[in-house]
Design a protein around this ligand. Structure first.
Ligand code: FES
Length: 64
């Protein structure tokens, strides 16, 4: 089973890291490349019950 970061759009950690390595530098750029945060229904989809925004930001910081 995949470890999703964005459960709403089934985006994995690997997808986000690839986008960062591909040159995406901001939350907006990363989400545009991978399609995260487009079908937001986080309370239902994400086990954390919140949007994935902070998790994506952390990964951008970590891998930039
Ligand atoms: S978990 Fe990413 S938009 Fe809901």
């Amino acid at each position: 089973m995949y470890e999703y970061i964005c459960y709403c759009d089934k985006v994995t950690k690997g997808d986000i890291i690839s986008a960062v390595f591909g040159g995406a530098k901001t939350l907006k750029e990363v989400t545009a490349v991978i399609g995260a945060m487009t079908h937001s229904n986080c309370k239902e989809n994400n086990p954390k019950g919140v949007c994935c925004e902070n998790d994506i930001m952390e990964l951008i910081k970590e891998y930039s």
